[in-house]
Design a protein around this ligand. Structure first.
Ligand code: SF4
Length: 59
């Protein structure tokens, strides 16, 4: 799986599969949040997602 950017999730989910289908934040305007500043939001392509699913199935 090719994860882009900062990964944020609770420790209890450390071992779970994380399938990233978007990169960044589609809103990205909350004044208190620097998480995705400077990062352009995008939806991953179907081919990228399909590849990630395929990789997860073989791991
Ligand atoms: S808190 Fe941050 S990640 Fe969440 S919607 Fe606001 S800008 Fe986006």
């Amino acid at each position: 799986m090719k994860y882009e950017g900062m990964m944020i999730r609770p420790p209890s989910e450390t071992d779970s599969l994380l399938l990233q289908v978007t990169v960044g934040c589609s809103h990205n305007r909350c004044p208190f949040c620097p998480t995705y500043k400077g990062e352009r939001f995008r939806i991953k392509t179907f081919a990228e997602t399909e590849e990630d699913i395929r990789e997860a199935g073989t791991g």
